[in-house]
Design a protein around this ligand. Sequence first.
Ligand code: ADP
Length: 462
Amino acid sequence: MRNKLIKQIFIACMAVFVMSFGMMLVAMTDYYGRKSQKEMQENAAFLASLLNAQDWQFLEEMEHQSDLRITLVSPEGAVIFDSLHPAQTLGNHGDREEIQMALQQGEGRSVRYSETLQKRTDNYAVRLENGSVLRLSIVPHVVPELILSMLNPMLVVIFMAMLLSVVLASQFAKRIMQPINRLDVENPDDRYLYDEMKPFVHRIMAQNKQIYKQMSELKEEHSKQDEMRREFTANVSHELKTPLTSISGFAEIIRDGFVQEKDIPHFADNIYNEAQRLIVLVNDILKLSRLEEGVTVQDEMTNVELKSLCEEVSQRLALNAEKCGVQLTCGGVPAEIQGVRNMIEEIIYNVCDNAIKYNREGGSVAISVETVENKACVRVKDTGIGIPKADIDRVFERFYRVNKSHSKEVGGTGLGLSIVKHGMAFHNASITIESEVDVGTEICLYFPMKEGGEPPQVSCFA
Ligand code: ADP
């Protein structure tokens, strides 16, 4: 930037120099032109007074300069005397513009090309008392001539001007760059800033603040995630340990021969049940971690018709419902959405399974599919034990159960609604939950029906 500035300033200095030099030359030419005309007029007047008083022969004895031509012409135009050429070699001058004017008006002036001198000449003629005409001619100074005559001093001036321009340019550039080099973007001092730079610097400061804020938010997020991961690992270990301890205990008693032959099937059944619990738990953990890592690929997205999917789920759960003495119904209207079929089935299954599990003998579960504006809603309403207000917000957390022993009794892992939450977020879908203890629970799953629905959100209402 500094070099660019120096270059620009240097060019500007040189441009100013060349322009003023050119203007000076023009002014000088004009000045010299006028000066020499005046001198020529004065000389003519002086010579005319001499010629009026005496014979012209004194002109021949005078010393003549090469740049001033003196010509004396008779009233008929014949050249009587010429300071640069022998008079007899010159033709009739009666037709020369300035001489004609002098003959007619007493004096005449012309600037024209002289055939005799082969140059542009400035002429002044004056009529004498005897009728003849005295003419003085000079070759005016022209710009190139002036330049040539001043070539040496001019070269010195140009060199000096260039040197001065370089020094000035580098000084100016240094001074201009100083506030920029000194600028501390983290902590700028407005006193040393150019007004033009202030908005830019302030914008950078605002962006810096924003970046710091985002970085600290990211850090916070990271530490939160780390904390959650640690908690999850601890929870998983704990959840796995319980059935494994039971299995190990039952196996130990059998091995040590403390179990009577007739009781062995009972113990084997216990071991089998605990192992099944372990399988369900591990499966749920795998599903959840896959969902959290976003492993599901977009290719699996298809058109999913929710009404028929709900009917399939209700058929799968029919036996369970019957065992629990719960009446399961499925209704509503067909509604098609875009999604991963297996994942949506899992979501609906988990919600309906809970509605049966946390119900009571003689209770009911009603599944219905509706369309609300651009959304398809799967409503699962049960007449079960309900969820206390304080726990509603937490049931989507991993391993959170309102009543741990009851959940275990009915084969829960505490991960069902967590899987629902992540699956819904994947589909840009939202959940609402309303519940009252001993009255029942209603969970609505809202899926966007058009592509690019609302951003993922999970909201809970008591
Ligand atoms: P679980 O495997 O224990 O069912 P979930 O994540 O599916 O785990 O549910 C978390 C907790 O929320 C359950 O333990 C239960 O206490 C409560 N819950 C979920 N659904 C219902 C419901 N329909 N009625 C009453 N309580 C429910």
